[in-house]
Design a protein around this ligand. Structure first.
Ligand code: NI
Length: 186
């Protein structure tokens, strides 16, 4: 699986890769690390807070996330809500979701023009491999917890349009159709 990281770019719905179940990364090789670095670059360029490998056309279980410390002050100064540095999560597994679901508007770099309300647990635990190939377990709250869940959904082919509340789905119906049309006439 040799990939040229420079050739990677963000793919948009309805690209097929966004609907696939991604495969585990068998080994954290130099190739995988280069792809992760390129994904961080693309995430920053697009001013996103997370990006999953299927969004750059690779059906791998890997995502990057970066929620800077002051982004989420409205939800409180909980250190679990932020990442100091961009983080790389390979073969992530989420567990121990908080029972209460919190609604918030979400967008996605693969769904331009689409924003809708998604209800998610406010806290979650993640076990994943880092860039050094070592396993780590961390807990997050607020926007960071939401970001991990959104990115982890991408690894199972799940998008925000599947999770939106019915009023949001209705509101985004035309924008979604426009994206589908655009793909047909490309
Ligand atoms: Ni997304």
């Amino acid at each position: 699986m040799s990939v040229d990281p420079k050739a990677l770019s963000i793919v948009h719905y309805p690209a097929e890769v966004l609907r696939q179940k991604a495969k585990e990364v068998p080994d954290v090789t130099a190739d995988v690390r280069r792809v992760a670095e390129r994904m961080i670059e693309l995430m920053f360029e697009a001013e996103g807070i997370g990006l999953a490998a299927p969004q750059v056309g690779l059906p791998w279980r890997m995502f990057v996330a970066h929620v800077p410390e002051n982004e989420d002050r409205s939800l409180g100064a909980d250190p679990l809500e932020a990442t100091g540095e961009p983080m790389v999560c390979i073969n992530p597994r989420l567990s121990q979701p908080e029972r209460d679901l919190v609604p918030l508007d979400e967008g996605c770099l693969s769904l331009p023009e689409i924003v809708g309300e998604v209800r998610r647990p406010s806290r979650i635990t993640m076990t994943a491999l880092g860039m050094d190939g070592r396993e780590f377990t961390v807990r997050a709250a607020g926007l960071l917890a939401r970001c991990w869940q959104h990115e982890n959904d991408h690894l199972d082919g799940v998008l925000i349009i599947d999770r939106m509340t019915p009023p949001s789905r209705l509101r985004n119906r035309n924008a979604l159709k426009a994206l589908e049309q655009r793909a047909v006439f490309h």
